[in-house]
Design a protein around this ligand. Structure first.
Ligand code: GLC
Length: 448
């Protein structure tokens, strides 16, 4: 008992000593402050609007999954849009003109980036770029300058670049004694007629040549290729319409004749043929030649494709004395100026433009990356050899008129070119009318 009391006393002394030493050695503690909550990064959801072929939508989902895994505080909701460019545009014009904050990020056709920028709907990206020291030299400067910059500010970045190409059946050309794809439109007609005649014996659905002729933006892209490959264009260097030139009338007459005279393109060309029906006709083995964008390559060579391994790609043919022409297409990514989550949106844009994602586009979808450093990647060269072989086609691709009211010009061109290829209007009369209407629009809106 005694020893217990002594031990207790000793303990008290030690505790007292420690307390004294600590008190002497320390500054008085400041009065306790109200506790600041630990800053947890806010969880945000951004909406990303995108359209395209079903395989493209699937791929976008995988891009989003990877992004979310790296950015656990950001959720990306994919707002699925249709395939056709006009409808895609319409689904964006409605919320943007109503100043809605979503979708936060979206893809835009190169044909209407200018219109969106001029409408004030695209958030400038310059501050994000400088804050992050983001390297813009990985993009084609010409593309950034011509398509993505408006009034000196960067409004978008290229995701992929399109150019019109000629797809052909290597096996069938060989079977009918041809050693190379056609260089001129005339050669294309001759080959198509011969092969079509032969193949129809077993397959009554077989067509020589399929292309986009429905009344929509794709028709303007095809039309531009025919007229430029005959030395023509829509506007001259100064922005004046020259759509009813003799060369253009000749080219449009040829387009009509593909359907009505040479009978190598189906009558539904002018009622139904957009990219996907054209692609599926060719892919199911029902056509010798196809005009389409690079996306068709990966699908034609997919495991379940009846034409896998049988497809070649070449520059589009030209008229005598002319040069092959491809329309410049492609899709660019931009940010809604009314978005409430611009930081998160910028992170997502950077991820879409990263080397990894861009390489994935080329490898899985056959897209022509918006970033130029991906083109020399050995895996990409092996998987999509045409990107390198046809570089000339992509570099020299012809842009559509670069005015902010381009879609107004386009609807006039679509209307008259479609009427001519449907056989409802003489090609000369159609282009004369188009010329008059284009002049009116330009008078109203100015030349740029
Ligand atoms: C492709 C092109 C685009 C073009 C459209 C026409 O998507 O990339 O630029 O306007 O086809 O259908």
């Amino acid at each position: 008992m005694r020893s217990k009391v002594i031990r207790l006393l000793a303990l008290l002394v030690v505790v007292a000593l420690i307390a004294t030493v600590s008190f002497v050695g320390c500054k008085p503690k400041p009065a306790p402050q109200p506790q600041k909550p630990v800053e947890k990064p806010e969880k945000v959801t951004i909406v990303f609007a995108v359209g395209g072929a079903p395989s493209e939508i699937d791929y976008w989902h995988s891009v989003i999954d990877k992004f979310e895994a790296k950015n656990p505080n950001i959720t990306v909701d994919l707002l699925r849009q249709p395939m056709q460019t006009e409808t895609r545009m319409q689904t964006l014009v409605t919320p943007l003109s109503g100043k809605e904050s979503t979708p936060d990020v979206f893809l835009m056709d190169v044909a209407w980036v200018g219109q969106f920028a001029a409408s004030g709907w695209l958030a400038p990206l310059d501050d994000f770029v400088s804050k992050d020291n983001y390297d813009l030299s990985v993009f084609f400067k010409k593309t950034l300058d011509l398509a993505d910059t408006y009034k000196g500010k960067l409004r978008a970045l290229p995701v992929y670049i399109d150019a019109g190409l000629l797809y052909y059946r290597k096996d069938l050309l060989k079977k009918y004694g041809y050693t190379a794809p056609p260089a001129t439109w005339d050669e294309l007609v001759k080959m198509a007629q011969k092969v079509q005649k032969g193949e129809r014996k077993d397959n009554p659905n077989f067509w020589g040549f399929v292309w986009q002729g429905k009344q929509y933006e794709g028709l303007v892209c095809d039309f531009l290729e025919y007229i430029v490959s005959n030395g023509g264009n829509i506007l001259d260097k100064d922005g004046n319409p020259i759509i009813n030139s003799d060369n253009n009338v000749e080219a449009l007459t040829f387009m009509r004749d593909l359907i009505h005279k040479y009978n190598i393109s189906p009558p539904n060309t002018y009622t139904e043929m957009t990219e996907e029906p054209v692609r599926t006709t060719f892919q199911s083995g029902n056509a010798l030649f196809e005009r389409n964008w690079p996306y068709a390559w990966a699908l034609h060579n997919a495991d379940d494709s009846p034409v896998k391994g049988k497809v070649g790609i070449a520059p589009l043919p030209h008229f005598p004395g002319g040069e092959s022409a491809a329309t410049l297409g492609g899709w660019h990514i931009g940010m809604n100026i009314y978005s409430k989550h611009k930081e998160a949106a910028w992170k997502f844009i950077k991820f879409v433009e990263s080397y990894e994602t861009q390489k994935g586009f080329a490898m899985n979808l056959g897209w022509n990356p918006g970033r130029k450093d991906v083109y020399d990647d050995p895996d990409v060269v092996a998987k999509a050899p045409y990107l390198k072989d046809l570089r000339k086609v992509f570099v020299g691709a012809v842009p559509r008129p670069g005015v902010p009211y381009y879609t107004k010009l386009s609807s006039v061109i679509q209307k008259y070119v479609n009427a001519a290829i449907a056989g409802k209007m003489d090609p000369k009369e159609a282009l004369d009318k188009a010329e008059e209407e284009l002049k009116e629009i330009i008078k109203q809106y100015g030349k740029g």
